[in-house]
Design a protein around this ligand. Structure first.
Ligand SMILES: C[S@@+](CC[C@H](N)C(=O)[O-])C[C@H]1O[C@@H](n2cnc3c(N)ncnc32)[C@H](O)[C@@H]1O
Length: 205
């Protein structure tokens, strides 16, 4: 049985999970940025490794030639895992200035943008893959539905095609009994991968 999580960590994570609205959520991520990596290590957070494995399986050709847009890149944990699979052409977006500051310091991204997903257009690179992840625990289901609606819009606009939406059970340790899946002590999550659609050629005049 895993050791109990420290109460202060539970409080930080519960505050983020319980954020009522996006401005509050991003403010909490700003405040959490300095301790984020330490805390998610304690939670046995697997999203970055799962996202990187899914990308490595989906990429066509050598990973080093694939451009990847890491959406909600946080401090850069996905980039770190992607590098281990041979990816090196990485761009990132995030809504939290403090998380982005740490992603910039990692020097793993070519370009980083501050972008509020759902209310601002994604900076769309000319080709490649988009990855993002989110939790599927009860307190995140409303946010997850919104996120999926945003991704569906991008798909309907013909900008991106879905490669996969992969549910994963042992995403990270649960911070409460109610959130834990069937008493496992873990919550689940989803990895989304999209591929940029080629821009159709202009009709000849
Ligand atoms: C759980 S963290 C994941 C960070 C990173 N992908 C990782 O696996 O460590 C979620 C990130 O998404 C960002 N985020 C959440 N909602 C967002 C939104 N609507 N627009 C932009 N960024 C958002 C947060 O600032 C945070 O950095």
């Amino acid at each position: 049985m895993a050791a109990p999580l420290p109460p202060a960590l539970r409080e930080r994570v519960s505050a983020v999970h319980g954020a009522a609205a996006l401005p509050e959520l991003l403010r909490l991520y700003d405040e959490w940025a300095a301790r984020y990596e330490e805390d998610v290590a304690a939670l046995q957070y697997r999203a970055p490794a799962l996202a990187a494995s899914a990308l490595a399986a989906a990429v066509r050709g050598p990973p080093g030639a694939a451009r990847v847009l890491d959406v909600g890149c946080g401090t850069g944990l996905v980039a770190r895992e992607l590098q281990r699979h041979g990816f090196s052409w990485l761009d990132g977006v995030d809504g939290s200035a403090e998380m982005l500051c740490r992603a910039r310091a990692s020097r793993l991204y070519r370009e980083l943008w501050r972008c509020i997903l759902g209310s601002e257009p994604l900076p769309v690179p000319t080709g490649g893959l988009l990855c993002m992840t989110t939790r599927s625990n009860p307190s995140n289901l409303r946010y997850k539905a919104k996120l999926e609606a945003t991704l569906e819009r991008l798909e309907n606009q013909g900008a991106w095609e879905k490669v996969l939406a992969q549910e994963e059970e042992r995403w990270e340790r649960a911070t409460s009994e109610e959130e834990s899946i069937q008493g496992t002590g873990y919550i689940s999550g989803v990895v989304y991968l999209y591929r940029k659609c080629p821009v159709p050629p202009l009709p000849e005049s």
